[in-house]
Design a protein around this ligand. Structure first.
Ligand SMILES: NC(=O)c1ccc[n+]([C@@H]2O[C@H](COP(=O)([O-])OP(=O)(O)OC[C@H]3O[C@@H](n4cnc5c(N)ncnc54)[C@H](O)[C@@H]3O)[C@@H](O)[C@H]2O)c1
Ligand SMILES: O=C[C@H](O)CS(=O)(=O)O
Length: 482
């Protein structure tokens, strides 16, 4: 049973701190109050940063201990899987089947990070590489040091997994981390801190602060004690972060209007089934959600028939019902926004095949054709259960259509051609190409991150850890010793 109306204090340097101002978190389907969380001001931000600095200076958080804590987290998350899944379904409106997957994935990220923690090492650099340059007798190698305080700013759509994608690598690298989750889904992040405490994380190595982006967020961005920002969220906020933090390190995982190509040699039934599921999963509120489908002209009719049939089979409704596939959007405001975008597209010449209907914050899976460049539903990130289907005649045209975007996170290609499968990744301007899958496939161990306005840097434990370490070069002049 869900913990109704629980008050969750902030987690600051290993202590639970209640503040006078509370932020209400609602069940996104029923609208009932689910929990309340304490809000942080400047004093709590300073306390968290002081604790982090102290921990970083004084505690020897060695790789073996990091491994133990992270492995413990793996087991603890699995032990508490159902509680977390119910919390994600309530505060995030995510169907419970997908919420369970989110918790399982989060546990795996701890496991992967634990393994990486004990593999961190520098490398030998060959010294004698040029016969005509007198480098002398030198031993050259690199060492890897934790970068320092990491600030993790996360969005609403994966309230656990996207927090863990930052926290676990930061700890594996030996860095203290300050988490600033999206306020409306902050319960899961605070609950995660309960487990970090149980797992024996040294005090100060994690804090979780709740507050609005414009106040607490900006205070964190301008605080020079932070060495690295790792952000997942909208391109607008990502650009603001990039402008504000100056020369400090940053990883930005931003939005997209991801596309998938269905080529004439594809298995149409499989493609249609996967695409229907991944266009509307979590009501389209996934950064790699399928937003544009480009189908070869020859298979247009067969594909449309199958795609509409699979779309009609997706159950819309209460996220806590195990048969629900499409839940509510995060807020009625967002559902009204997408309703406006679809209506505008229709006025501009697009056709709705199914959907186009809203009940409060539930927007029904919507399939459009005739949507073209210049329309918001094509050019901007819809972040809603809306997909546009268009046709192409040559693969060059399909590549042009996919690339004709300010974003470039991932793309999918359905084809049975081995040659196309291996050549098209060189042509598509994206950070990941999924063959015989949709743009929405992600395995957490993969390097993951986009190009263009979809961001910079990569996540996935091994890759995120690399971006949270400082490489220091050591060159030892051996002749001096002789
Ligand atoms: N590429 C990815 O991996 C990925 C994954 C998930 C979501 N996203 C993107 O996230 C967006 C949806 O999530 P959202 O609505 O929560 O995003 P958002 O950008 O509105 O908020 C994300 C986080 O940034 C904080 N924030 C807002 N203003 C800030 C400021 N001035 N300074 C510091 N922090 C600030 C918010 O409080 C929140 O914690 C979509 O664009 C989606 O594509 C990207
Ligand atoms: O919303 C975007 C996320 O990166 C999706 S996932 O957590 O990686 O599946």
């Amino acid at each position: 049973m869900l913990a109704q109306k629980t008050i969750k204090p902030l987690f600051i340097g290993g202590e639970w701190v209640e503040t006078s101002e509370l932020h209400p978190i609602y069940n996104k389907y029923t609208g009932e109050l689910f929990a309340q969380v304490s809000k942080a001001g400047e004093a709590e931000k300073n306390a968290a940063l002081e604790a982090a600095e102290r921990a970083f200076r004084q505690s020897d958080f060695a790789p073996a201990q990091r491994f133990q804590v992270l492995m413990k987290m793996y087991h603890l998350l699995l032990d508490h899987l159902e509680e977390f899944a119910e919390a994600i379904a309530a505060e995030g409106g995510k169907p419970i089947v997908d919420a369970r997957t989110e918790v399982n994935r989060s546990a795996l990220i701890f496991l992967l990070s634990a393994e990486e923690a004990i593999k961190i090492t520098g490398e030998m650099i060959p010294a004698q590489v040029a016969p005509n340059l007198n480098i002398g007798k030198r031993l050259i190698y690199t060492i890897k040091k934790p970068i320092g305080l990491v600030c993790a700013i996360t969005p609403f759509n994966f309230p656990l997994n996207l927090v863990v994608h930052k926290v676990a690598p930061a700890l594996a690298a030996g860095n203290p981390v300050i988490i600033k989750p999206a306020s409306d889904t902050a319960y899961s992040a605070l609950k995660l801190c309960e487990l970090l405490e149980k797992a024996g994380l040294p005090k100060g190595f994690a804090s979780c602060l709740v507050g609005s982006g414009s106040t607490l967020g900006d205070q964190l961005l301008t605080d020079q004690r932070i060495h690295k920002y790792t952000f997942t969220g909208s391109p607008e906020v990502g650009k603001h972060i990039h402008r504000t933090i100056g020369m400090r390190r940053v990883t930005l995982e931003l939005g997209s209007n991801s596309a998938t190509i269905v080529h004439q040699d594809a298995d149409v039934e499989t493609a249609a089934a996967k695409l229907a599921r991944m266009s509307f999963a979590h009501a389209g509120q996934i950064c790699i959600s399928v937003q544009r489908i480009y189908v070869h002209k020859e298979i247009e009719q067969t594909f449309m028939e199958a795609f509409l049939r699979y779309t009609a089979s997706l159950k819309v409704g209460d996220p806590l019902d195990p048969s629900t596939i499409v839940g509510p959007m995060i807020s009625e405001k967002e559902a009204i926004r997408i309703e406006g975008w679809v209506n505008e597209a229709v006025e501009q010449g697009a056709k709705i095949w199914t959907g186009g209907r809203r009940e409060n914050n539930v927007y029904y899976p919507t399939v459009l054709t005739g949507a073209t460049k210049g329309m918001k539903v094509v050019d901007e990130e819809v972040f809603a259960p809306v997909v546009s289907i268009a046709t192409y005649e040559t693969i060059e045209e399909a590549v042009r259509l996919v690339n004709d975007s300010k974003y470039g996170l991932q793309a999918g290609v359905f084809t049975q051609s081995v040659s196309l499968a291996h050549t098209i990744p060189y042509l598509l301007e994206v950070g990941g190409v999924m063959i015989n899958d949709t743009s929405s496939f992600r395995a957490d161990q993969m390097p993951y991150g986009g190009v263009k306005e979809s961001g910079m840097g990569k996540e996935g434990p091994a890759f995120a850890i690399e971006e949270m370490l400082e490489t220091v070069t050591v060159a030892v002049n051996l002749e001096e010793q002789l």
